[in-house]
Ligand binder design. Sequence first.
Ligand code: ATP
Ligand code: MG
Length: 559
Amino acid sequence: MTAEPMMAEAGRDFIRDIVQADLDAKKHSVIVTRFPPEPNGYLHIGHAKSIGLNFGIAQEFGGRCNLRFDDTNPTKEEQEFIDSIQADVKWLGYDWGKNLFFASDYFEKLYEWAEGLIRAGLAYVDDQSQEEIRQARGSLTEPGKNSPFRDRSVEENLDLFRRMKAGEFPNGARVLRAKIDMASGNINLRDPVLYRILHAHHPRTGDKWSIYPSYDYAHGQSDAIEGVTHSICTLEFEDHRPLYDWLLDKLPVPSKPHQYEFARLNLTYTLLSKRVLTELVRGGHVAGWDDPRMPTIAGLRRRGVPPAAVREFIKRIGVAKANSVVDVGMLEFCIREVLNQAAQRRMAVLRPLKVVIENYPEGQVEEIEAVNHPEDPAAGTRRVTFGRELYIERDDFMENPSKKFFRLSPGNEVRLRYAYFITCREVVKNAEGEIVELRCTYDPATRGGNAPDGRKVKATMHWLSAAHAKRAEIRLYNPLFTNANPDAANFTADLNPRSLEILTDARVEPDVAAPNPAEAMQFERQGYFVRDKDSTAERPVFNRTIGLRDTFAKEVGKA
Ligand code: ATP
Ligand code: MG
């Protein structure tokens, strides 16, 4: 195999090269891949890499990609996960058409083939406990020991295996093992387990089965039944490939797929282990699988990340055979790039400070035109209401400004976007000494935001009419972990206590609070936002998808 670059040029990588070479050599007439999730959790951004690879290859080479649920462990699998996985693959923009399969569809065939292995003297029922089997397996430097049950007769093995199937024995009493080589240098070939006893209700097969096939036994054979040509999986399965090939070689399978391995996606400040994600949900550390802080597809969607940004990210990171960690900043870059094009602009005040324009007539209002997208005239304009009482961003005022602060301060003039120049005349405080209001004046000659005498101001600020703005809740998100490489074994120690900040007194333009706002919006100077499903008629809720600039390092530690 040729050396793979860390970053593949767009659309090309070592797996696509293999597929192209196989097509050139006429090894296959149609390329068939599959995405094989176990329905024991929601999909995450790492799965998106595998989805993009498998479905992408099928698309690019005119083949097909099966969605196959690896539903061989009923104790951990649920219908909710089967449903969410399908929804997420679709949302990412991929289509399996009619090719939806379940490993459980093949349970009969797999069982029949297992009896075949027993008859050929290639499998046996082992009565040892799980622990005894583990101990006899040996290590990387020591060979394993043969099981005392290894040389049972074919008849005895068949009888016991059938009784395992009939549900005669309790969980863990026996297993079926392949009879390969307990001294093999590859531990996966030391008589791997093919079937275990599990009295569990299965979402699809109900109570029919008391034994379930192992991943290794089910996987390759499912590939073969489906005519998969390129079975693409992550690197941890590289050492399983000899077993994958051994089974295909010994069984009367209808086709001979080939397994290829690539490096799984790892992201800084992120954990992508399903075990950890499950514990985050079960332990109440997040609000659910679709919490916008989660790296799940459902979380990204709820956060307002467009599917095109995920696809762009997958394209950019490429596919390689060496493990690496991708900077989460790369994902954020892709999100900003897509949203900058797609998102209409609106004004929102996250932390309001009241401004009264003293020389603006009481009771007067005017409609001011604002552009919806600075680079896209087709997005049109809208009208925002200006009046005597406004809100500005609390951060946009400083009573005693530092040298580099050019926004509003006593005596200083600034521009209110699309509207007028205003100057701060007085600061009003409450009994606690907190600033509660600013008294300002405006220059009526600056309507539209320019002074006829050509004088300049150093700051342009967003604003909203106090009487017209709609009150909203805004949720700001920071990384879930404070550590660039969180410890999966002890992840709670690395949890960011400031991963969520809720602002309950924000204001937004009335039209973004309407029942059907545009998908994603840029709140000017604040970032990209999307309406959350927790919204009610009285209280719209918005998630900040991402800020406008890369302030990542700064944000990790503070909310
Ligand atoms: P677990 O963590 O329990 O092993 P998993 O993440 O491997 O689960 P599966 O449902 O088995 O979950 O994954 C389906 C497919 O997605 C597999 O082919 C797997 O190799 C691939 N996959 C999983 N995680 C990643 C990742 N981080 N990057 C790329 N592919 C991944
Ligand atoms: Mg897995």
